[in-house]
Design a protein around this ligand. Structure first.
Ligand SMILES: Nc1ncnc2c1ncn2[C@@H]1O[C@H](COP(=O)(O)OP(=O)(O)OP(=O)(O)O)[C@@H](O)[C@H]1O
Length: 362
């Protein structure tokens, strides 16, 4: 089911200040996809999620789930949480320690007062789906973190909701388990064909899990796109910077060509992927470290956008050296192959293909 959010505002008043947690959010969350709200702490992700669920009452606007208006300030509609047909998984799994796995998962169905045999059938089907078949009588506390998270997922799914919402569900797991659970979750959700709304401030999680990402800043959605669009082709410096390591250089436009834009920075001119900006715009050139190529100085004339500098630092992190080159008085981050012969202090020449010179609004 599609979720439509129109003009939703939520202001908090604290110590004489107004906090604009949601500042007129307009957003369409597509049906049957994994949509992630990504942004730094305090940008309003949880407030938006809780407003969809009905745990938070916005000040203004309208929220529609499928064809049903679940909240509207103007029409004075406020459908209670339990009638919104949603499943929810929280950061703290919120599974009940005094119950076994079966009863944890069965709880929403028992609340709906379904017949006992129907409850057993649906709980078993859901436990099988999350690969916890045969765990029904296990006390919930005698499960690993990843298994507890799957119980929470099963409980959210058992009533067959049309929409499932996740608030940082993996943040209590260690790094390795988080990675595994992320993969599992993606495959569970893809198989179910369900609308999933996922809140995280972890960019890798957002990239790995989502069909679409909505990046939030200060109570607003500033950019929406699939993970590759957000990573490779973002439009705002804030998004480019938040989603991955990048070299950000202030630039001014020198020339708009037919299929390129030429810009000037403190360390030289760059020919970039074409992007139109209003005259006089203050813009930023974003270059990801993985697209800065070390080249043979003798080949300098054959390459675009070359820079000469000195290798400043090289930190070996396994698959690459995370390195920095000093060009003028600007440090440029670059990834260097682990078998490279280059050493700190060497003079080096790098080039960056125009297609990887991304111009973004500040
Ligand atoms: N009950 C409240 N009273 C006052 N301010 C609040 C309240 N709840 C949230 N806020 C403020 O509203 C803003 C948005 O909070 P929210 O929890 O939605 O952000 P978030 O993006 O989910 O952050 P995090 O990733 O840290 O959970 C923050 O500035 C927060 O301090």
């Amino acid at each position: 089911m599609e979720i439509q959010i129109s003009g939703v505002k939520k202001y908090y008043h604290s110590e004489g200040k107004i906090i604009k947690a949601l500042d007129g959010v307009n957003l369409t969350i597509p049906a049957n996809k994994i949509f992630t709200l990504l942004g730094p702490s305090g940008c309003g992700k949880t407030t938006l999620l809780r407003s969809i669920v009905g745990l938070e009452t916005p000040d203004e606007g309208e929220i529609r789930i499928g064809d049903t208006i679940v909240w509207s300030s103007e029409k004075r509609i406020d459908v209670p949480t339990e009638k919104r047909g949603l499943g929810m998984v929280f950061q703290t799994y919120a599974i009940w320690p005094h119950m076994d796995v079966f009863n944890n998962v069965a709880y929403p169905l028992q609340n709906m007062k379904l017949p006992k045999d129907e409850i057993v059938r649906r709980v078993e089907k859901t436990l099988q789906f999350v690969q916890l078949e045969g765990f029904g009588s296990r006390p919930a506390t005698r499960l690993s973190g990843g298994q507890q998270q799957r119980v929470a997922l099963a409980r959210a799914l058992v009533a067959e909701p049309k929409v499932i919402l996740f608030d940082e569900p993996l943040s209590n797991l260690d790094a390795k388990l988080r990675e595994e659970t992320r993969k599992e979750l993606r495959s569970f959700l893809s198989e179910l064909q369900i609308t999933a709304v996922y809140v995280t401030h972890d960019r890798i999680e957002a990239l790995a899990l989502s069909d679409q990402i909505g990046v939030m800043r200060a109570g607003n959605i500033i950019e929406i796109g699939d993970p590759k669009k957000i990573y490779f082709d973002s439009e705002h410096q804030f998004v480019a910077d938040f989603i991955g390591r990048s070299n950000l250089l202030p630039v001014t436009i020198q020339e708009q060509g037919k299929d390129f834009t030429k810009v000037v920075s403190a360390i030289g001119t760059f020919t970039c992927s074409k992007r139109e900006f209003p005259a006089g715009s203050e813009i930023t050139l974003c270059i990801r470290p993985e697209f800065v190529d070390l080249i043979d100085p003798a080949d300098k004339g054959k390459h675009q956008n070359t820079l000469t500098g000195r290798m400043h630092t090289m930190v070996f992190v396994g698959e690459v050296y995370e390195s920095e080159i000093m060009v003028g008085d600007q440090l440029i981050m670059v990834k260097v192959d682990p078998d490279s012969k280059v050493k700190e202090g060497d003079e080096v020449v790098v080039s960056i293909a125009a297609e990887h010179c991304l111009l973004v609004a500040r």
